[in-house]
Structures are given as structure tokens and as C-alpha cells.
Design a protein around this ligand. Structure first.
Ligand code: ZN
Ligand code: ZN
Length: 259
């Protein structure tokens, strides 16, 4: 009887673009898809925040190394991508997850090349919150990614306590807020190399906490895959003190910042 509910819903609320609201039966209209803000390059390979020139690690990551080893994002948390993530998170995750998940799998394939991961996993939601929302958007995305990449989907992580929303907190406050809140389930399988999926990466505190728990349980490499990269308010990579990739020079050959 699910299809009847779906059909009735489509009659009452015909599919509209998640960003501009245009009617036409598409989840995201071609114009909004075209205008989706990509990730500016170069970017820090660890946390995917844009940098002025190619670096091994941005200043923020050098100061506090994230628990994960690399981050891949579809684009910046702005414009139509932000609208899609909000729709995924708060309104209709099941409708958007297949598209965003497919895009994320394709981006991971491009960015990671031959790098092999053994499985896909995701940031868990506290049980009470997931029950209320009806789904975990990170889990929905991870399922699509695992399907497209042909990798098993694992769920070794649990959120041991519900945390207040992270928005508006500083990185330090977020870390304190999340301390000890992720754990690996007793007896759960944790392979050596994992893709860890979430919807948005902001300060990285959540993903870092999850990655550290996975590593304590035996993972050696954790690559983060997120739909969007939100930039924390403080600049991630001021020009002074940046470590350049050796041998990489600016377009004028004098080692000046790129773009
Ligand atoms: Zn649109
Ligand atoms: Zn970084």
C-alpha cells in the first residue's frame, strides 16, 4: 500500500525542485544542478577547506590533526547544494538520498582514484532522534554510496548519548560537547580502511570523533565523504605560515599563491 500513499502525496504535493521550488517533477532542476557550488581548488586534502595554494595540511589541520585521513566533498555548503542538504536532512531524505549518494560516489571515484576502501559507514544519530526523524540522512547517503561503489555497508558506530545541536558552538566547544559520545559496538566488524559518510563537514569535530573511535577499534585509514563543506567562520588557511607542497609553484614559477 506504500505506492498508494506515494501516489496521493504526489497528487497533493507534486515534486518540486529542492532548491528553487520549480515544478516539473525533478528533485533538483537542471538550472540549480548547474549552479551547484563546487569545491574551490586548491583545498586542504585533510579537511577539504579551500587554501590559497596546494598544501599538505591547512593551518587548522596542522594545529589539530583530524581523526580522519582525508575528506572529499561535493561542494561548498551554499546555494543549491545547501538547499539539497537541508531537504535531505529535515524534509525528505529518502527523496534526495539516491541523487546525492550517486554524486558522492562519483566524486569519491574521481578524487580517490585507485585508493581502495574496504567498506562504507556513516555518522550515527542518537536512537531517539532517529526515531523522531524517521531516518538518518548520513545512513541513507552511505547506503547509496556503498551500492554505487560495490562496497559493504557497515554500521559499527553508536552514539552513546544525545548531544545538543552543534550549530553555533566553537570548535573547542564542539569537541567538549562530543567527548566520548561515539563508540564502536561490542563485537562489530571494523576493517582497516573505511569511507565515513556524513551530510555536512563544518569544524570536523563530529567526523573526527567517529574516525578516532573507528581507529581505536582497528581501522587504519578513514576517508570522510560529505555532501557539503561548510566553512567555519575563522579563516582555515591564512596566507602566512602555510606549508607548501614541495616542488609545487604558482603559475609564475615563483612560488606565489595560486589563484
Ligand atoms: Zn531549481
Ligand atoms: Zn585542513
Amino acid at each position: 500500500m506504500i505506492w498508494i500513499a506515494w501516489y496521493l502525496r504526489e497528487l497533493v504535493f507534486p515534486s518540486t525542485c529542492a532548491s528553487c521550488g520549480a515544478e516539473g517533477g525533478e528533485i533538483i532542476c537542471p538550472r540549480c544542478l548547474r549552479e551547484m557550488p563546487g569545491l574551490p581548488r586548491p583545498a586542504c586534502p585533510l579537511c577539504a577547506s579551500p587554501t590559497l595554494y596546494p598544501v599538505e595540511a591547512c593551518r587548522r589541520c596542522r594545529r589539530r590533526r583530524p581523526g580522519f585521513d582525508r575528506a572529499v566533498a561535493l561542494g561548498l555548503y551554499q546555494g543549491s547544494l545547501r538547499d539539497m542538504v537541508l531537504e535531505l536532512k529535515y524534509r525528505n531524505g529518502r527523496r534526495l538520498a539516491p541523487l546525492l549518494g550517486a554524486m558522492l560516489a562519483a566524486e569519491a571515484g574521481r578524487e580517490l582514484g585507485g585508493e581502495e576502501a574496504e567498506a562504507v559507514t556513516f555518522v550515527p544519530m542518537h536512537r531517539a532522534r532517529e526515531r523522531k526523524r524517521g531516518y538518518n540522512q548520513a545512513g541513507l547517503l552511505a547506503r547509496e554510496v556503498s551500492r554505487h561503489l560495490g562496497l559493504p555497508l557497515l554500521a559499527p558506530l553508536v552514539r552513546t548519548r544525545d548531544t545538543p545541536p552543534q550549530a553555533g558552538l566553537s570548535h573547542r566547544e564542539r569537541l567538549a560537547n562530543l567527548k566520548g559520545c561515539f563508540a564502536v559496538k561490542e563485537g562489530a566488524e571494523v576493517p582497516g580502511s573505511l569511507l565515513l559518510v556524513d551530510d555536512v563537514l563544518t569544524t570536523g569535530a563530529t567526523l573526527s570523533g567517529c574516525a578516532s573511535s573507528l581507529k581505536r577499534a582497528g581501522a587504519e585509514r578513514v576517508v570522510v565523504l560529505v555532501a557539503a563543506r561548510d566553512l567555519p567562520s575563522a579563516p582555515a588557511a591564512p596566507p602566512a605560515g602555510e606549508r607548501r607542497v614541495p616542488g609545487r609553484r604558482g603559475p609564475d614559477g615563483r612560488g606565489k599563491a595560486w589563484g
